[in-house]
Write a protein that binds this ligand. Structure first.
Ligand code: GTP
Ligand code: MG
Length: 492
């Protein structure tokens, strides 16, 4: 039954207009009342939307991918999308072609710079012995070695013939919205998202890498492609044509013994570096190159800023099979991992359900690109400790990927000794399983000792470029996140 203010209502007197109200005052009062009603309606509507949003958010799981630069965050995200957002992934895949091409051109220009330096006499001192056990050295340690060190007219000619790739590099960088944007080495850095960024006294940058502001934006299949005005008549862009035209010379350069030896002397192990495709030139440096999933997970494009990706699932695990489908959504946030970006992570810690932290296990002998004084494994440990200790994240589930197990295997096979870089490893066997086991225990102890509250330990050895194995890991992660967040009532 409705309620109308009448003479018996105690509010009637209060709400009644004054008896001596003039027509102008009536108009003004009515306008005031109308305005007040409008504001009230707006607030009601806002509350309604917030309630609906909150209801929807109940079925949302927020996952943050964290870890140092090159740890494999974006590659993990690619695996998620490949598996759980297939249609969008299929649409986007083709656009990774430019990234693969840029990776190839980058590798070639790196090699060309080495040849140029060697030819102009800017040669580094040879390493006296091959402590890494690099097979390349055995190949070249015979009487032909002296001969193999000589750069000749053949190399000069290759340099001239491959020169157009430098402008292709510029074009691809422009197309990817990137080139102009290498991370300025003068930016303040912080080891953890909780430290205040400060300036680094000796800026350093290693080999150049493609850097884009947002690969999500750049690779959006709906977005018109930039800088394609020079497309040829048969629909191929000039970068593809030039790369295809340079295929034989690129192969000749990459397979040349003198070049290999020079790269080795400079300790440049291109096959282990991010975005290496020079062994696939026959397939990729062609006019008809079609990108496959394996290429995409190996392609390297640095993330700058924070990118959000949504995965929607029609059936929520808690749905009654005979009842209404509520659905659920995974919101995955991918961040730039270098020390200049970490302060930007903090605002995302507030409402996150789970963090997938990637720590590459193969980097025990490497230094950070943005700060060459810092060992990469040490950086990862500092970062992991800070995440585990955070009170803000006390209730957030932590999942650790000990990544790049394949590269660890290759490194150990070359004879690189973990104990030289990690003395606490002692005389344990220099093999993948014991090394991963050791690191797993160390990371688990750090979590145990530093977490403000008890939390479960979820640690997976991974090689996220292996999409089949990663699919199995992701299923397990999905189940684990669901279980943990249901039990702590953060979900549904
Ligand atoms: N061999 C090998 N390469 C990997 C693995 N995980 C990632 N990579 C490669 O390492 C490079 C860097 O990976 P990303 O996923 O871009 O690294 P990220 O953590 O997103 O780096 P930022 O965006 O700079 O923070 C890419 O070329 C990947 O293909 C792995 O397990 N094994
Ligand atoms: Mg990334």
């Amino acid at each position: 039954m409705g309620f109308a203010a009448g003479p018996s209502d105690p509010f009637f007197e209060l709400m009644r207009p004054p008896p001596d109200e003039t027509p102008a005052q009536t108009t003004a009062r009515e306008k005031r009342e109308l305005d007040a009603q409008r504001v009230s309606d707006m607030i009601d509507e806002q509350l309604k939307q917030e309630r609906a949003q909150a209801k929807k958010e109940k079925n949302v799981v927020k996952v943050l991918l964290l870890g140092q630069s090159e740890s494999g965050k974006s590659t993990t995200l690619k695996n998620f999308r490949m598996r759980y957002a297939k249609p969008a992934w299929e649409k986007e895949r083709h656009n990774w072609r430019s990234v693969v091409q840029l990776n190839i051109v980058r590798s070639i220009t790196t090699v060309l710079s080495v040849v140029e330096a060697e030819m102009s006499g800017d040669a580094p001192l040879d390493s006296p012995s091959d402590e890494d056990g690099n097979p390349d050295s055995k190949e070249l340690s015979d009487d032909n070695e002296v001969e193999a060190r000589k750069f000749t007219d053949k190399h000069q000619l290759l340099m001239i013939r491959l020169a157009p790739l430098r402008s292709v590099e510029q074009d691809l960088k422009r197309r990817l919205g990137a080139g102009a944007d290498p991370i300025p080495s003068t930016l303040p850095m912080s080891a953890t998202p909780f430290d205040s960024p400060s300036l680094h006294d000796k800026p350093h940058r290693g080999i150049n890498e493609p850097v884009v502001r947002s690969w999500k934006e750049v690779l959006d299949p709906e977005k018109p492609r930039v800088s394609q005005s020079d497309d040829s008549e048969d629909g191929l862009d000039s970068a593809t044509l030039t790369i295809a035209g340079c295929k034989d010379d690129m192969k000749a350069l990459w397979e040349d013994k003198t070049v290999r030896l020079a790269l080795k002397r400079r300790k440049l192990r291109l096959p282990d570096s991010a975005g290496f495709f020079l062994n696939d030139l026959d397939r990729i440096a062609t006019r008809t190159y079609t990108v496959n999933d394996n290429d995409v997970v190996r392609a390297r494009l640095r993330t700058v800023g924070i990118q959000e990706h949504r995965l929607r699932f029609k059936h929520a695990p808690w749905d009654n099979p005979k009842g209404k489908e509520t659905g659920w959504e995974w919101r995955i946030f991918d961040v730039g991992g270098c020390r200049t970006s970490r302060h930007a992570w903090l605002p995302f810690f507030d409402s996150v359900n789970a963090i997938i932290f990637l720590s590459p296990v193969s980097v025990f002998d490497q230094r950070l690109e943005e700060d060459s004084r810092v060992n990469r494994l040490e950086d990862s440990i500092i970062l992991w400790t800070s995440i585990c200790s955070s009170k803000l994240l006390a209730k957030t589930q932590l999942i650790l990927f000990l990544n790049k197990c394949d590269l660890l295997r290759r490194k150990l096979k070359r004879g690189i000794k973990v104990k030289h870089y990690l003395p606490s490893y002692g005389d344990r066997p220099n093999e993948v399983i014991p090394v991963v086991k050791y690191l797993r225990e160390k990371f688990r102890d750090i979590q145990k000792q530093n977490s403000p509250e008890h939390r479960g330990s979820y640690i997976y050895p991974t090689t996220v470029t292996d999409t089949e194995a990663t699919a199995v890991t992701l299923e397990s992660v999905k189940d684990g996140v669901l279980r943990e967040n249901l039990s702590s009532s953060q979900l549904i």
